[in-house]
Design a protein around this ligand. Structure first.
Ligand code: AMP
Length: 239
């Protein structure tokens, strides 16, 4: 167990909820996973939850089939469905100490509903330029099994120094569980642009809504900048 983890396990006595905010491709999932380990807080990714429902939809439930089509088009799933899903998931024991939210709330309606039941402690806004986001999403690979993310693109220009994030053992298999690495079906350029547009229209207003608890992080060096993020989070959690 890392020293941060021991520290945080003893310090986070009350429920702690952190929201990772940022356009598709900024690395919310990757940073959530890293923070989750160091803060010993479980992550809740609504995108992962939906992908799991789609994967397990053997009985061809029409609601899940329609969610699959919405996701493939890069649109947003119905608010009521998402709010009910989150209300259900947060009852799980692993979220009893709090959580790191990735992908929810995604608009003001969801944020207000969530605010009726839980207190958001900290919002971390991650930002990157749009063209960098597109390149990162086109290079993204995810494990079909556990969802861990990798990236084949190498961005070295200006202040950007983002090396590929490749598996160490096999080129096309996950280091953690040996699952196949694939492209997400919504990681195609037209859908990526639509997701970024929807982020600006629907999710960006949350920056104002959460302004008093938001910190901004611009990871120009990819995961090499993670220590800066961790320090920012620790400094701002007001333990
Ligand atoms: P993500 O993994 O966060 O990029 O989410 C993938 C897709 O799942 C999104 O493009 C939406 O179609 C859907 N989705 C995830 N979270 C939400 C949410 N909070 N509200 C509506 N749709 C969502």
């Amino acid at each position: 167990m890392s020293s941060y983890r021991v520290f945080m396990t003893s310090k986070l006595a009350r429920e702690t909820i952190i929201l990772m905010l940022g356009a598709p491709g900024v690395g919310k999932g990757t940073y959530s996973r890293m923070l989750s380990k160091d803060l010993n807080l479980s992550e809740l990714s609504t995108g992962d939850e939906l992908r799991l429902l789609v994967k397990q939809n053997n009985s061809a439930d029409p609601t899940i089939e329609s969610i699959n089509s919405i996701m493939k088009a890069g649109k947003l799933v119905d608010d009521k469905y998402m709010i009910d899903l989150v209300k259900d998931r947060i009852k799980r024991e692993k979220y009893s100490r709090g959580m790191i939210l990735d992908g929810f709330p995604r608009n003001l309606t969801q944020a207000k509903e969530f605010g009726n039941i839980k207190w958001m402690n900290l919002v971390v806004k991650i930002k990157l330029e749009e063209e960098i986001l597109v390149r990162k999403l086109l290079g993204r690979r995810v494990c079909v099994n556990c969802g861990k993310g990798y990236n084949v693109c190498n961005i070295q220009e200006g202040e950007y120094d983002m090396e590929p994030l490749l598996p160490e053992k096999n080129a096309d298999k996950c280091d953690v569980c040996d699952g196949m690495l694939v492209k997400r079906s919504d990681d195609v350029e037209s859908v990526i642009r639509e997701r970024i547009r929807l982020y600006e229209e629907m999710t960006q207003p949350l920056e104002e809504y959460y302004a008093d608890k938001m910190v901004t992080f611009e990871p120009k060096k990819g995961i090499k900048d993670y220590p800066i993020l961790l320090k920012t989070v620790l400094d701002n959690l007001k333990l």
